[in-house]
Design a protein. Structure first.
Length: 186
């Protein structure tokens, strides 16, 4: 992909918005991923950092209500189909073949950081949340692609262990990690 004079990637002759930094918070069930992400989002927003989130689920869910207008539009073949209320906009897209996140990229164009909950097998930066009390072994002991573990426990691992209790320092570390790593294609 060619670049413009200011370093912005170009795609097919048009300026392309640079990818927001994407980081995956991974871990086994009930280890605190959602709680940590909510705390990080609050801290980043307090700092004026625009952050978006994506919740990945490996299960099939019908996110629309069968029989409602938006569902009927999708059943008829609309791609995408959207619903607009006074407070929110919901857009329904069929899940593309990989690369999944490129399809979502325009929705996060104004974000400084995108945090994905889960999707451990996707490419990208990964931080694990782990609690010994929840049981199970730490995934970082089995996987080379996890760069740090957030835990108040002290598992013996090859990666840094970041204490869970200090959200300010944790947000500093997460943001630094996301911004130190090259984006795909850099």
């Amino acid at each position: 992909m060619a670049g413009s004079a200011d370093g912005t990637p170009l795609a097919r002759g048009r300026r392309r918005i640079r990818l927001a930094r994407r980081l995956h918070i991974v871990g086994r069930r009930n280890h605190g991923k959602t709680t940590l992400i909510a705390e990080l989002v609050r801290e980043f927003c307090r700092r004026g950092i625009r952050v978006g989130t994506i919740k990945h689920s490996c299960h099939a869910h019908d996110l629309d209500t069968p029989g409602k207008d938006s569902h009927r539009h999708r059943q008829a073949g609309a791609q995408p189909a959207a619903i607009v209320t006074r407070d929110l906009i919901g857009v329904f897209l069929p899940r593309p073949e990989e690369p999944l996140y490129e399809r979502l990229e325009p929705l996060f164009a104004d974000c400084h950081l995108v945090i994905v909950e889960g999707n451990i097998d996707a490419p990208g930066l990964k931080i694990e949340v782990w609690r010994s009390a929840a049981g199970n072994t730490c995934l970082a002991a089995e996987r080379a692609d996890i760069l740090a573990v957030v835990s108040d426990d002290r598992p013996a691992l090859r990666v840094p262990i970041w204490p869970r209790g200090d959200i300010v320092t944790l947000a500093d570390r997460v943001f630094a990690l996301a911004n130190e790593a090259p984006t795909e294609g850099d």
